[in-house]
Design a protein. Sequence first.
Length: 383
Amino acid sequence: MKASPSLSACRSSVCLDAAVLAPRVSRCLRELALGAGLLAATLGSAWASGPESILPPQFATSSTVPANGDVNPYGIAFVPAGVPSWSTLKPGDVVVSNFNAQSNLQGTGTTIVKIVPNSSPVTFFAGHNLGLTTALAVLGNGFVLVGNVPTTDGKNVVAPGSLLVINPQGHLVRELKDSHLLDGPWDLAVIDGGQVVKVFVSDVLNGKVARIDLAIGENGVTELPTSTIIASGYQHRTDPAALVVGPTGLAYDALHDVLYVASTGDNAVFAIYGAAGASHSAGVGRMIYQDNTHLHGPLALALAPNGHLVTANGDAVNADPQQPSEIVEFTVDGQFVAQLSVDPAPGSAFGLAFGMDSQHHLQFAAVDDSTNSATVWTLRTGN
């Protein structure tokens, strides 16, 4: 079988001309990089015994701008299988949270939208006086969790922010506020146990990671007394361009009970062991990946099906004009695997996620802040 092009070959042959040849070269880069790295998740299974092609992966790019004009998509999440049939969102849907209003002031976006391939999105939730962050998840019971770090004018954060709990019909049922546990909820990861959900939240305003234990049922939403801070000590600060810099992406490995933390200010990724039952802070945990060549302010973080980690560079730290808006794949042992650029402009990458479509095909999704869009790649296809 003829080998697919390596990522290094792709970068040396086309990336220097990306600014000139844009969207065609950008598309090529995406396809080749995905073949080199992200598609490794299925090399040992889906194509091992069948004729399915590896390249190019199918993908669709869709607008994230709703009718009210919100822009700057931050969070992105897949709707899991098993959500109730009466939920507005269906298995395989992809939702996005917007951080800016039509004015483009940061921390003023109020909507969560369901993207529609090659068309305008559908608004699932719309609130008031909000700034919806990367902290976005859809639970198996159809409820949606989203972080809120609003500003008054696009520059001054209204601390500490909150965590919103939205029901399957898109209505707000609870706004959780806690200046100790929820101080700027910037991203999250969940252990979905049905009626009890453990929500790991990165607090960008105090450099900590909290675990919020919630009971969600017919009687409403209750925060349990076991909620606590499980990590602390990450660099955090305000920033004239990025608004805030601090711990961001969280990815949970249920098999090994490890929470991975992408700390933007530290330009590194850390591991917190025993996260599900931790009763106190482990400090920053163990650093597993620090790479000044490929990391440029890591933001969102996801655990790939092949066991690798994938993060989005925000370019607010250790920026490299030759590597704008890169998504980086690396092993949990700290070995670089591959990267791709979602946009030739810096600061365009943020939220990313792995999930399944309604036909159980493996997919990868990422937002582009510059074009106010989201791309969903289908990594596994069926014959």
